[in-house]
Design a protein around this ligand. Structure first.
Ligand code: 5RP
Length: 226
């Protein structure tokens, strides 16, 4: 008898992406995030094309992929609200606060999420943690402030690296490792208050509403407590 092989991370991502299709409301504009899990989602959207009149995307990368598949991508200024936003995460805690921005799209992700009624997070099981901070926290900054923000993050105990990357907004990203984030809302507020910070990749005030987690036993669905 052949033993069943464990699913690869890519297969888990495909699985949760497929499960997210059920959350798409026919006729509503869809908010589309960024990353390898979302790429799996985008690749499955043509199968339900007739349900999606248009999308709002959180990055040039996702926009290109959506447009290549023939989807209409609206500028966010043309849209007042979005029903459902589907995106991945680098980490998610039991309160549904997330670290995002591993792919560098944190600011636009936060903007699109802010006008979305429901945030559906799609992630493989490795992303679920008890306390945020194992994944380095991305902070998008105005380039001239990078040194000052780095020092402030180091004062919090982080070890900080400047990412070799320019965001879609023409800004820089600092990755702050070694923070154990027990109060994500307070840290989100604090870092966002520093002059020169565009966005911190903590999504605590606007966390996820639904988590679709890809596990070896299949997709597990978690809903945020009211
Ligand atoms: O926040 C993000 C991009 O800015 C992504 O959602 C996050 O990095 C997860 O990516 P992946 O699905 O590739 O693991």
């Amino acid at each position: 008898m052949t033993e069943k092989q464990p699913m690869s991370q890519t297969e888990l991502k495909r699985l949760v992406a497929r499960a997210a299709l059920d959350y798409i409301v026919p006729g509503e504009i869809l908010g589309v995030g960024t990353g390898s899990t979302v790429d799996q989602l985008i690749d499955q959207l043509p199968g339900i094309r007739e349900r999606i009149p248009a999308c709002v995307s959180s990055s040039e990368r996702s926009t290109k992929r959506l447009e290549a598949l023939g989807f209409k991508v609206l500028d966010m200024n043309e849209v007042e609200s979005i029903g459902v936003y589907i995106d991945g995460a680098d980490e998610i805690d039991p309160g549904f606060a997330m670290i995002k921005g591993g792919g560098g799209a944190l600011t636009r992700e936060k903007i699109v999420a802010s006008i979305s009624g429901k945030f559906v997070c799609i992630a493989d099981a490795s992303k679920k943690v008890d306390v945020l901070g194992r994944f380095p926290l991305p902070v998008e900054v105005i380039p001239m402030a990078a040194g000052a923000i780095r020092r402030r993050l180091e004062a919090l105990g982080a070890s900080v690296k400047l990412r070799d990357f320019v965001t879609d907004n023409g800004c820089s990203i600092l990755d702050a490792a070694g923070l154990s984030i027990s109060d994500p809302k307070a840290l989100e507020d604090e870092i966002n208050s520093w002059p020169g910070v565009v966005t911190v990749g903590l999504f605590a005030h606007r966390g996820a509403d639904v988590l679709l987690l890809g596990t070896s036993e299949g997709v597990k669905t978690f809903r945020k407590a009211e």
